[in-house]
Write a protein that binds this ligand. Structure first.
Ligand SMILES: N[C@@H](CCC(=O)N[C@@H](CS)C(=O)NCC(=O)O)C(=O)O
Length: 211
C-alpha cells in the first residue's frame, strides 16, 4: 500500500498525487503532519521536505519523482516519450512558478514580515505571473490538438495544471486578481472544462480541495 505524507493543509504537491491515485482507485493512506510537529519530524525524511511517499517501509521524496510514480500506477503517465515529456514539462512548470512565488509566501508565513511579503508579491505579479502563465498557454497550444487535455487523453499533466491554476485562481493568494486568467483563453477554457469533467469532479479528493 502506498502511504503519502504531507502537512495538514492542501497544496498542489500532495494533491496531484492523491488526485491521480483516487482517479484510478489505487488504494493509498494519507498522513498529515501538523506544522508545530515539523521541526522534530523534518530530519526523519530523505530531503527534509514534504511530500514524501512510503512503500514497503522505504521513503521517497521530491514532487516530480512521486508524481511520475503515482501517474504510472494510475495509468495517467504515457509510454510515448514525446507525450511523457509534455507531462514532465507541466510538472516542471508547476515547480518553477511555485519557486517564483515562494519568497513572498515565506516572508509572510515564516518571517512574519507582511511588508516584505507584499513587496515580493507585487514583484512576482509584475515580473512572473503573466510570463509563466503564457508559457503554460503556449505549451497547451502546441501539445493539445483538441484543446481539452494537454496530450488529448487525460493524464497527470491535466491534474497538475488544473491544481496549480486553481491555486492562483481561488483567491487564497493575496493581491492576485483571478481576472488574470482571461488573458489566457486556452488555459481558461481548459480550466473550465476540468471543472465540469465529471470523472474528476466526483472524486472525494477534488471535493476536499475545492470545499
Ligand atoms: N523539492 C521538493 C520541494 C518540496 C517543498 O518545498 N516542500 C515544502 C512544503 S510545500 C516543505 O517541505 N517545507 C518545509 C521545509 O523545507 O522545512 C519537492 O519537489 O517536493
Amino acid at each position: 500500500m502506498i502511504k503519502l505524507v504531507y502537512f495538514d493543509f492542501n497544496f498542489w504537491r500532495i494533491d496531484i498525487l492523491r488526485l491521480s491515485l483516487g482517479y484510478s482507485k489505487v488504494p493509498y493512506e494519507y498522513k498529515r503532519i501538523k506544522r508545530q510537529e515539523w521541526p522534530k519530524e523534518k530530519e526523519k525524511f530523505p530531503f527534509g521536505q514534504l511530500p514524501i511517499m512510503i512503500i514497503k517501509e522505504k521513503q521517497y521524496g521530491h514532487t516530480h519523482s512521486l508524481a511520475r510514480f503515482c501517474a504510472i500506477e494510475s495509468k495517467l503517465y504515457n509510454n510515448d516519450k514525446l507525450k511523457a515529456i509534455v507531462i514532465d514539462q507541466v510538472l516542471d512548470w508547476a515547480n518553477e512558478i511555485t519557486n517564483k512565488i515562494a519568497p513572498s509566501i515565506r516572508a509572510a508565513m515564516r518571517d512574519k514580515d507582511l511588508e516584505k511579503s507584499k513587496r515580493l508579491r507585487e514583484e512576482f505579479i509584475e515580473n512572473d505571473l503573466l510570463v509563466w502563465f503564457s508559457y503554460l498557454e503556449k505549451l497547451f497550444d502546441k501539445s493539445s490538438k483538441k484543446k481539452k487535455f494537454f496530450n488529448d487523453e487525460f493524464s497527470i499533466a491535466d491534474i497538475v495544471a488544473w491544481r496549480v491554476i486553481y491555486w492562483f485562481y481561488c483567491g487564497i493568494l493575496d493581491k492576485i486578481d483571478n481576472k488574470f486568467l482571461e488573458k489566457f483563453p486556452l488555459i481558461q477554457n481548459f480550466f473550465k472544462q476540468m471543472n465540469t469533467f465529471k470523472a474528476f469532479t466526483k472524486l472525494d479528493e477534488y471535493k476536499d480541495i475545492v470545499s
